[in-house]
Design a protein around this ligand. Structure first.
Ligand SMILES: [Zn+2]
Length: 170
């Protein structure tokens, strides 16, 4: 098998560091539950035979992650015509400038409360390690592309794991 692909459905939970003690217990629990979901998603997408054929004997991997977070409608707008700024009700397909009455399309952004890209990566790698603990370690991941994308569809992470050959600079 040339690659392993699977999807983890649901909002990705970034790996957290112990900073505030009261918050830590719940955050760590949610993070662990998410890693179990990642593991389950990988196990469901592949057979034990396929995983063994892919991971055993392979030294290094590349992992690409497409992290889809819910697109959040913007509430603050600046009119492109009269430059007035205002706060709009975030339910309409378009917004109307309260000054010159010009219509503009609503715009979207990522959720304000979200994790760092590298912490999303860490929780996915940990989840993969949960699933195939004896044949994969995240130190074997030498390369990979990851991107956070705003979506109007279901929140999810698409994972692509491919074998990787160590590059040696000459
Ligand atoms: Zn205007």
């Amino acid at each position: 098998m040339g690659e392993i692909r699977f999807v983890v459905v649901g909002r990705s939970v970034p790996k957290v560091r112990m900073t505030q003690k009261s918050y830590w217990k719940l955050a760590a629990k949610l993070c662990l539950e998410y890693q179990q979901l990642v593991a389950y998603s990988l196990l469901k997408a592949t057979t034990a035979q396929e995983r063994a054929a892919f991971f055993v004997g392979q030294k290094y991997f590349r992992i690409d992650l497409f992290i889809y977070l819910a697109a959040v409608i913007n509430t603050h707008y600046t009119c492109p015509f009269c430059k007035r700024t205002w706060k709009a009700k975030p339910t309409k397909k378009f917004v109307v400038c309260p000054g010159c009455k010009a219509k503009s399309s609503v715009t979207y952004d990522l959720p304000l409360r979200r994790g760092d890209k590298d912490n999303y990566e860490k929780s996915i790698f940990d989840g993969i390690q949960h699933a195939v603990n004896d044949i994969f370690n995240d130190k074997q991941v030498l390369s990979g592309y990851s991107e956070i994308i705003a979506t109007h569809e279901v929140e999810r992470v698409e994972v692509v794991i491919t074998p990787y050959v160590l590059r040696i600079e000459k």
